[in-house]
Design a protein around this ligand. Structure first.
Ligand code: ATP
Length: 284
């Protein structure tokens, strides 16, 4: 969960001082076992539906704290869906729940299969790749080693193809391919985390607050990368964001989450026309 208290927008680049610590690396080791589970062949079973992700009446509580209060949301094939909202709205909880990390009531399904029945490892094998807010990089490994871990189970020639794709998307990573991840700036680390997720050739990419703490110049690179992916090889993306401007720029449809509930939904154009969104999120 983010500890940023700013209501969104652009932040200063975190700098190398904020790079991952050895402790973070342990966390990364644990989460990477999930990535390790990717199969060379996707096992997604087509359901005939364009719905990739569906939540119905999704509820999550942490003890006494109810974080999601009955969310209805869907993401269709090759859509970018933005889930926006302030600190504590439940965005990360939603991302973690649909990825199979958190128990829930109601329903969350990926391509027609209940997430709880499929399980986290199998979801990754089926192409649901979650780039978490924490990034989960291996701090003492190089950029290229981190990237290759994103495609761990793939054939060498496929890995090279994916590497070319990611380096083409994010040229900053090429210059730093031998640099340890922990010595990169916060923005470069974010780029690397997204690059690593893309190495797994996602069917559904979940980007949890990718712009948090990033300088405008890096934001621009990530924006360009998303646009290039959608032009060249479209995928389905769930984008959770406090940075409403960034979400507006990329999303086909958006949901506004507040206090664990969907308050508004619509296309960016529809939401831009909403007085509440304009006043509370777009600065009037
Ligand atoms: P942010 O943008 O700050 O990351 P968010 O929209 O992602 O916020 P969540 O992190 O999902 O929101 O938090 C939703 C609510 O659930 C908050 O009230 C938070 O305090 C609570 N919460 C989240 N994780 C836990 C946890 N592990 N234990 C207890 N409460 C939690």
């Amino acid at each position: 969960m983010s500890t940023d208290s700013d209501g969104g927008g652009f932040f200063d680049d975190e700098g190398a001082d904020d790079a991952e610590t050895a402790d973070d690396t342990e966390t990364a080791d644990e989460s990477a076992t999930d990535i390790d589970q990717q199969e060379t062949t996707r096992q997604t079973e087509p359901t005939g539906s364009r719905e990739v992700l569906t939540a119905e009446g999704l509820r999550v509580s942490y003890g006494q704290v109810t974080a999601l209060r009955g969310i209805d949301l869907h993401v269709e094939e090759n859509e970018i869906v933005g889930l926006i909202g302030p600190n504590g709205a439940g965005k990360t909880t939603f991302a973690n729940t649909v990825s199979g990390f958190i128990d829930y009531d109601g329903s969350a399904s990926y391509r027609g299969q209940e997430v709880a029945d499929v399980g986290q490892t199998e979801l990754v094998e089926q192409g649901m790749i979650h780039c978490t807010e924490e990034r989960d990089l291996f701090g003492f490994m190089s950029v290229e080693e981190n990237l290759k871990l994103g495609a761990y189970r793939r054939a060498e020639d496929v890995i090279e193809e994916r590497l070319d794709f990611v380096y083409d998307l994010f040229p900053r990573l090429v210059e730093r391919r031998t640099q340890n991840a922990r010595t990169m700036s916060g923005g470069e680390q974010q780029m690397l985390a997204i690059g690593r997720a893309l190495m797994g050739d996602p069917d559904l990419l979940i980007l949890d607050e990718p712009t948090i703490g990033l300088a405008p110049v890096i934001l621009e690179d990530i924006s360009d990368g998303i646009e290039q992916i959608m032009e060249e090889d479209p995928i389905t993306i769930l984008l959770t964001e406090q940075n409403v401007t960034f979400a507006f720029k990329h999303a086909d449809r958006m949901y506004l989450l507040e206090n664990g509930e969907v308050e508004l939904q619509g296309t960016p154009d529809e939401l831009r026309g909403d007085d509440y969104i304009r006043e509370s999120y777009l600065g009037g």
